[in-house]
Design a protein around this ligand. Structure first.
Ligand code: NAD
Length: 267
């Protein structure tokens, strides 16, 4: 990946796409998409950088999203996650989520090919948009785990009746998400690695590509021969390394790209 320069930069308005990128997607037997917080920004869910405002402005994610923070102050950590749950509950999938669901349907149902959506997001918006093969590498904010029994279940009711919330078994509840310093779930990570090793096109969308091990998967895909594409309004550590850097918001870039890639209905 090292010597390649992005051959195409997408302007914010009036998207013109490199025909070679369109051809690469059309020819792909297997597509892998990795998404991060940026794809949900246009739904109103802040990225980490924008999230810690208001009463949370004196925190950084590593003060809140760690097992140590939860051990020290479970009430503050669960109140923060509950505020995020409440905000996410009000948000809808945007045009970027929907374009990926459309691309998946076309790739799998219409053409019998492979499509895997890896996400670092915990908001559940990809499934709500209709994506089917979603691998949640960092868990989901809608499931909580009892720290006494290890049992997980879905909690949709907001807010919790007390803080920190307790399970039916009397143990502290924690969100079933992956915190800084914790291992990614083994089954999801193995699926991600297997798909990255065999994909033809790998997309990195709305992620700062700084949180490992998810950030390393683009290297694995590239080393395995995939063409790589980034969609992000800003530069990231991989912007100069990918085959195509589409510099714009996912909610604009992805619908334009999918429209170009898919044949018009009826053909
Ligand atoms: P990040 O916050 O580190 O980076 C977000 C990236 O998105 C940035 O590079 C930014 O330039 C880009 N971006 C902003 N608006 C965009 C848009 N409209 N279209 C495309 N890109 C846009 O997020 P990350 O890389 O996902 O990693 C941080 C961690 O944050 C992850 O572990 C994730 O679980 C967690 N997180 C998740 C959510 C969520 O579930 N929605 C929200 C905040 C944080």
């Amino acid at each position: 990946m090292g010597h390649l320069k992005p051959r195409y930069t997408c302007p914010l308005m009036g998207i013109q796409l490199d025909p070679e990128l369109v051809d690469a997607i059309r020819a792909a037997e297997s597509v892998v998409v990795m998404t991060g917080a940026g794809i949900s920004a246009e739904s109103g869910i802040p990225t980490f950088r924008d999230e810690l405002t208001g009463m949370w402005e004196n925190y950084d994610p590593e003060q809140l999203a760690t097992p140590q923070a939860f051990e020290r102050d479970p009430e503050t950590v669960s109140r923060w996650y509950d505020q995020r749950r409440a905000n996410i509950a009000k948000c809808e999938p945007n045009a970027g989520h929907q374009a990926l669901a459309t691309l998946e349907r076309w790739q799998t149902k219409d053409r019998g090919r492979r499509f895997t959506l890896l996400t670092q997001n915990i908001d559940g918006l990809h499934r709500r948009a209709g994506s089917a093969n979603v691998v949640e590498l960092h868990g989901t904010i809608w499931r909580w785990r009892c720290t006494k029994t290890g049992r997980e279940r879905e909690y949709r009711h907001i807010p919790f009746p007390s803080y920190p919330p307790l399970s039916e078994d009397g143990g502290l509840l924690r969100p079933a998400v992956v915190w800084f310093g914790e291992m990614l779930p083994e089954r999801e990570m193995m699926t991600a690695q297997r798909e990255c090793e065999s994909c033809d096109v790998y997309f990195s969308i709305g992620t700062s590509t700084q949180v490992f091990p998810a950030a390393g998967l683009i290297q694995l895909a590239h080393a395995s021969g995939a063409r790589t594409v980034e969609v992000n309004p800003e530069t990231t550590p991989v912007s100069n390394l990918v085959d195509w850097s589409l510099r714009g918001p996912a909610g604009t870039v992805l619908p334009g790209l999918v429209e170009r890639v898919m044949p018009p209905t009826g053909t």
